[in-house]
Ligand binder design. Structure first.
Ligand SMILES: Nc1nc2c(ncn2[C@@H]2O[C@H](COP(=O)(O)OP(=O)(O)O)[C@@H](O)[C@H]2O)c(=O)[nH]1
Ligand SMILES: [Mg+2]
Length: 271
């Protein structure tokens, strides 16, 4: 598909057009996660640019460094059906940050509000309970892991990252799409290596982009962003083939999260 066809296809996509209907889902949430500085916000701006056409504008801004205590998950609407969420970036991707991300992907945390991160089991569990106050079972979540090709990845970091990506899949039912950013400086060989690395860690799709920045809003790369959004829609369509029960999913996820949180907080003596 060429650029304008792909753009139309993305803009017009509706959940009720899926083969077996929308299963009462109302919205697709593309949830971005990954390390701070790896280009999540720039990716959102690039996607907006690719979908709207027109002028490059900054919607998602760089986050202020607040010592990672408070974070805001901001949403940006891409089309009538698709919304993209800029989750707070992580710095170490340790267990605590992973738990935060799981809670985000499970849609247990509110969007567009500031929330404190929780450092003990009781608070974490209680926040999962609070999610009953703003039940959200009408979103279908597509996880998108944003990773900079400039950052190396040590062999000893891989097992933890692999199991992290697996849990993200378990929670959302979709294998995280890996978006490699900062790719311009690297040759095909290097990018292939990155792809293989992520495939070995369980990824099914690894896509490379060079995000737009204020200094470089040239148009020729729009297609790469449209392709990623289109791939997310294909994942959604695939998911919608198997009937889902949002309430059960939510309970299942809560159990997974409580179990992981319990394991982590007991071993780290923060329970
Ligand atoms: N060259 C280049 N710069 C990028 C790319 N993605 C992001 N940046 C720049 O890197 C900085 C951090 O990006 P940002 O989107 O704020 O990262 P976030 O913390 O993951 O949201 C910003 O100055 C961006 O303009 C990319 O793919 N290529
Ligand atoms: Mg950001």
């Amino acid at each position: 598909m060429d650029e304008s066809k792909l753009r139309k296809c993305v803009q017009k996509f509706k959940l009720k057009d899926c083969n077996r209907g929308d299963h009462s889902y109302k919205r697709i949430l593309l949830q971005l996660f990954g390390y701070t500085g790896h280009g999540k916000s720039a990716f959102i701006n690039s996607c907006k640019y690719a979908i709207d056409g027109g002028k490059y504008e900054i919607y998602a801004k760089a986050e202020v460094n607040d010592g990672c205590v408070t974070r805001e998950r901001r949403t940006y609407q891409l089309t009538p059906t698709i919304t993209i969420v800029d989750n707070k970036g992580c710095t170490k991707l340790d267990h605590m940050e992973m738990l935060e991300i799981y809670a985000q992907l499970g849609n247990f945390l509110p969007v567009n509000e500031k929330v404190e991160s929780k450092e003990n089991y009781k608070d974490y569990a209680s926040r999962l309970e609070d999610s009953e106050l703003h039940p959200n079972d009408t979103d279908i979540v597509v996880p998108i892991f944003v990773y900079s090709a400039q950052k190396g990845l040590l062999d000893q970091e891989k097992p933890a990252l692999k199991s992290f990506l697996q849990t993200c899949r378990e929670i959302t039912g979709i294998v995280p799409i890996v978006v490699l950013t900062f790719t311009r400086k690297f040759d095909k060989e290097m990018i292939k290596n990155w792809e293989q690395t992520f495939v070995q860690m369980g990824a099914e799709s690894v896509l490379e982009v060079e995000n737009y920045t204020e200094k470089d809003p040239t148009k020729e790369r729009l297609l790469s962003f449209l392709k990623i959004i289109h791939l997310a829609l294909e994942n959604v369509q695939f998911c919608m083939e198997r009937p889902k029960e949002p309430k059960k999913e939510c309970i299942k996820n809560k159990k997974i999260l409580l179990k992981l949180a319990n394991e982590y907080y007991t071993t780290s003596n923060m329970g």
